[in-house]
Write a new protein. Structure first.
Length: 202
């Protein structure tokens, strides 16, 4: 998906705001009950929240995700459930360094209630900017990258973001595009343009 910036530039009102509003209102919508039923195959006695179920359904339908989910809306379980939609893939889950242990602990807890894969690679964003293992991402060669707190990839000038973008571009160029699933409650900091940095790869 690519961010479509309307005429007038980011941060300024479009020249024809009424037409843009009509375009937005005309975007297709899907009803939650159908979405909830479509992800039941993932459940093993557990139940997803409505927004988790909707996100899983969209992730399966389009092979990507851009989810603005805040604190307490279930990003951790969602990030651990997405790999089950693509059983033959190598999955990398990126989280902030302070959440690595917590995510692994909750992974074990959720696995008692949900049918989750046991081979997800969970690591911190800092691993992407490692000076000692610059080829690490290419070595594990993930087919799926899930970014919990995806705003950590928002700074184009950072080593981690550049390495991530280079890997994504090289895989796409070689005919093996990576499925990308981004979620965060704070993707936009200064401008709507911040969305483009994560959204263009989902």
């Amino acid at each position: 998906m690519a961010l479509n910036i309307v005429s007038g530039g980011v941060g300024r009102a479009p020249r024809d705001s009424a037409r843009e509003l009509q375009r937005i209102l005309a975007l297709p919508r899907r009803r939650a009950p159908k979405i909830l039923r479509s992800v039941r195959e993932l459940e093993n006695g557990g139940r997803f929240f409505k927004r988790q179920a909707q996100s899983l359904s969209e992730a399966k339908r389009v092979g990507g995700l851009f989810a603005g989910l805040g604190v307490g809306e279930g990003k951790t379980l969602l990030s651990l459930a997405i790999p089950s939609l693509f059983p033959q893939s190598t999955c990398l889950l990126l989280v902030p360094a302070k959440l690595v242990s917590k995510t692994k602990r909750e992974w074990a807890e959720y696995s008692e209630e949900f049918e989750l894969r046991d081979d997800i690679i969970v690591t911190s964003y800092a691993k992407l900017s490692s000076h000692t293992e610059p080829e690490w991402l290419w070595r594990i060669a993930p087919d799926i990258i899930i970014a919990d707190e995806a705003h950590k990839l928002a700074r184009f000038e950072s080593a981690r973001t550049n390495r991530f973008l280079l890997y994504m571009k090289e895989r796409a160029k070689n005919g093996k595009p990576v499925k990308f699933f981004a979620m965060s409650g704070t993707i936009t900091r200064k401008s709507v343009a911040d969305y483009a940095r994560s959204e263009e790869h989902t």
